[in-house]
Design a binder for this molecule. Sequence first.
Ligand SMILES: [Zn+2]
Length: 218
Amino acid sequence: MTDQEFAKWKLDHATLFRWGDTDLAMIDMWRSAFETRGYSAEELGDASLYLAQTAARTWRAEHLQFILDRVSGRRLARLQMQRDEEERRHEEEECQVCRGSGIANVPHPHNIHDGEWVYPWYECGVACYCFRGQRVLENNRATRDRAKEKAQRHPDILVPREVWTFAFYELRNPDWQRQVSEKKSKQKTEREAMAATRQQDKRLGPLAKLMKLIGRES
Ligand SMILES: [Zn+2]
């Protein structure tokens, strides 16, 4: 905020509330508080107007406090709006790993033998490293904390299992990506074998006829 901007705002504020020259000198002393917080002339102008529109303040000190509260409050609200907007954007972008659920299905560690994910390819869910996954972790932590607290009074209360973070899981099974793609290619091979067999059926006709033929011949 330049000297000129501050001088203009000061005059505007004094005019708005019909303050005199002694008050102008006092407003000069407020400037340091505004500078510390990096307020702009625009933010101050908004605070003055808002103060004029809302309940009248009896004391000058109340004006100063009001302006500080108003500008900081608006900044906080703007920050919150930005955060909400960011969250909304994250929610719209669907994560490829968890498909937006926050839970990533990965090879179950019990089903990994010598670094290979073996049939029947059991999976387990871990919190995805995306935005939604972080939400899952936060909720899990909160639920567990509440349950633990209740369990102190009622020992029969079950504390839900801790959801693994992706980082924790990857430490135990760093090869999960290769395992998943190998499983996919095995399944693809199986699908191709099935499709080829169906083609064969189409070409050669149903087996029942063949069996009848064999029966007639023998
Ligand atoms: Zn995800």
